[in-house]
Design a binder for this molecule. Structure first.
Ligand code: GLU
Length: 280
């Protein structure tokens, strides 16, 4: 590490220590101690291969690795992270009630969500796409969904977009995308819509090998942010940490490691994004 980076890291760690001391006084936040002592409570997905996956207590995926790398920059080792599952419909309330300190969970930054929570990032830009059966050539984009049964998750931006922009589509909403994948495999729905990152992960998952394909015509920009409670003062520190992770090459390694196996490449026009502008 260069001297300049070491100094920046020292400053960042000191700032984090201060912030955490403040947090430690809060009765609603008993797990957080001084200067990286105690725990950092992080919410992520548990059922999204390549992004956030819990396999018998072992966490893996892009969001998990970004969370670990950010935690490290804030002075927390891996064993100081306390993971919990943050499904799409529960994310805002988990932050508002102080159940977690941060959420890394394919969490799109939106104005509506910003009324309730703040976001560090963006740290990746994904796009809404469709997952269909490998032999289905009838669906090439959302315009082909009229009269078809489409699955998504309630409270997600993809479900909201379909409801608004394609009112003729029959939308089946579940709490998790893995339930949608099972419905697609069982022929109970015709397609699944969410971010291309997530769909690529399912298509490549061993248990579904060869069964599905991602249509590959993204029709939105999903700016992934780190969800943080409004009253937290850690948002700018997380932005600095994310910026450093891009600058020092860590983010590229995390992207290759987690998206490589699924053959997914972040769209070059919108990536890498510049973190900032969504705190507060
Ligand atoms: N990124 C979208 C969202 O935050 C879809 C993925 C998800 O539900 O986590 O709503």
């Amino acid at each position: 590490m260069s001297k300049k980076n070491m100094l920046r890291l020292a400053a960042l760690t000191a700032a984090a220590a201060l912030a955490l001391t403040a947090c430690g006084d809060d009765a609603a936040d008993p797990g957080t101690g001084n200067g990286g002592e105690g725990t950092l409570r992080i919410g992520t997905k548990y059922d999204q291969p390549g992004l956030g996956l819990d396999e018998g207590g072992t966490m893996s995926g892009f969001d998990v690795d970004v969370a670990k790398a950010v935690a490290e920059k804030l002075g927390y080792s891996e064993d100081q992270i306390e993971w919990s599952e943050s499904p799409t419909p529960q994310r805002e309330s988990m932050l508002e009630t102080g159940q977690v300190d941060m959420i890394f969970a394919t969490y799109s930054i939106t104005d509506t969500r910003k009324e309730k929570v703040q976001f560090a990032g963006p740290y990746l830009v994904a796009g809404q796409d469709l997952l269909v059966k490998a032999d289905d050539d009838s669906i090439t984009g959302p315009q082909d969904l009229e009269g078809k049964l489409l699955c998504s998750v309630s409270g997600s931006t993809p479900a909201e977009r379909v409801a608004e922009d394609y009112p003729g589509v029959q939308l089946q909403e579940y709490d998790t995308y893995s339930l949608c994948v099972e419905a697609l495999a069982g022929g109970r729905v015709d397609a699944l819509t969410t971010d291309d990152t997530i769909l690529a992960g399912y298509a490549a998952q061993e248990q579904w090998a060869g069964q599905f394909k991602v249509v590959g015509a993204p029709f939105s920009e999903e700016l992934y942010g780190v969800g943080i409670p409004k009253e937290s003062d850690m948002c700018e520190q997380v932005n600095e940490a994310l910026t450093e992770l891009y600058e020092d090459g860590t983010m590229d390694e995390i992207i290759d490691k987690n998206f490589g196996p699924a053959g997914y490449t972040p769209a070059p026009g919108t990536n890498p994004p510049t973190p900032g502008g969504h705190c507060g």
